[in-house]
Design a protein around this ligand. Structure first.
Ligand code: NDP
Ligand code: 8X3
Length: 253
């Protein structure tokens, strides 16, 4: 890892993605930071330019053409991506399948699954050409378990798990590292998005125990990317100590 390493982080405007951007900046990794909220991208660029070189790209990962245009627009010094962190994503709603909102379903499949694929498709050819690269997909405990009312979100994250394995197999011949980090409950804007800005309901998700913080996951992603190149951390499940499974959280911790 040297100062010329360039990382491309989706969903850098909040939570895990933003914390990862800050952690990478502290290691002198050049950054391409992505998200839809331009003002947040601008502020992060100002903050992190003190530590490293930063380029921002504003696009929606579910907009196929927009994704390819954004990646093609990268200036030369940011165009060789060494590390791709496919982090952008959210849950939308928490409803039984029989009363689920189909717009929510579309959003989760379009963003969490197809968006991750579009971004990967835009970046992987250059990695293959250089026979070098590292892709980290942010899955979830929901990639390993299904919980009540989690139906489509869990399906989207199970898809991320399968896509990660597929990428690792297909990119093996090109020497590209591929792995996933699967967090349990992390206190971010995730629940605010899931519950459509109902902050009261969102806050209750993290009450009564110590949830993971975005920085905890960023720290782990830093560990993953700083292993020697022959070491690929393929699959990592990270839970708060209080959480044993999707449905079992010890509210005394
Ligand atoms: P946040 O809501 O804090 O951050 C989500 C990020 O994704 C934002 O930067 C947002 O940026 C970006 N994003 C969402 N939709 C789009 C889109 N259509 N196009 C581009 N960017 C988008 O949540 P987290 O940090 O918690 O979530 C990050 C990842 O971690 C997600 O994949 C989530 O599923 C996963 N995860 C989260 C857990 C948790 O408990 N928090 C647990 C397990 C996994 P913007 O709105 O600016 O576009
Ligand atoms: C996000 C955490 O428990 O809501 O993946 O699925 S959870």
């Amino acid at each position: 890892m040297n100062n010329k390493t360039t990382a491309f982080i989706t969903g850098a405007t909040s939570g895990i993605g933003r914390a990862t951007a800050r952690a990478f900046a502290g290691k002198g990794i050049n950054l391409v930071l992505c998200g839809r909220r331009q003002e947040r991208l601008d502020n992060l660029k100002i903050e992190l330019s003190a530590f490293t070189e930063v380029h921002t790209l504003q696009f929606d990962v579910s907009d196929k053409e927009g994704v390819f245009k954004a990646v093609e627009s990268l200036p030369g010094k940011f165009s060789d991506i060494d590390i791709l962190v496919n982090n952008a994503g959210n849950a939308h709603g928490l409803d039984p399948v029989q009363s689920g909102n189909t717009d929510d379903w579309d959003a989760m499949m379009d963003i969490n699954v197809k968006g991750l694929l579009y971004v990967s498709k835009a970046i992987i050819p250059n990695m293959v050409k250089r026979q070098k690269g590292h892709i980290i997909n942010i899955g979830s405990l929901a990639a390993k378990e299904v919980y009540p009312n989690g139906n489509v979100y869990c399906a989207s994250k199970h898809a991320v798990d399968a896509i990660t394995e597929g990428m690792r197999i297909d990119l093996n011949a090109s020497g590209i590292r591929v792995g996933a980090v699967h967090p349990g409950l992390v206190e971010t804007e995730f629940s605010k998005v899931r519950f459509k800005e109902d902050t009261g309901r969102a806050e209750t998700v993290y009450q009564g125990y110590k949830a993971l913080q975005a920085e905890d996951i960023a720290d782990i992603i830093c560990f993953v990317v700083t292993r020697p190149y022959h070491v690929n951390i393929a699959d990592l499940l990270v839970l708060p100590t209080a959480q044993a499974s999707s449905t079992l959280v010890n509210k005394k911790l």
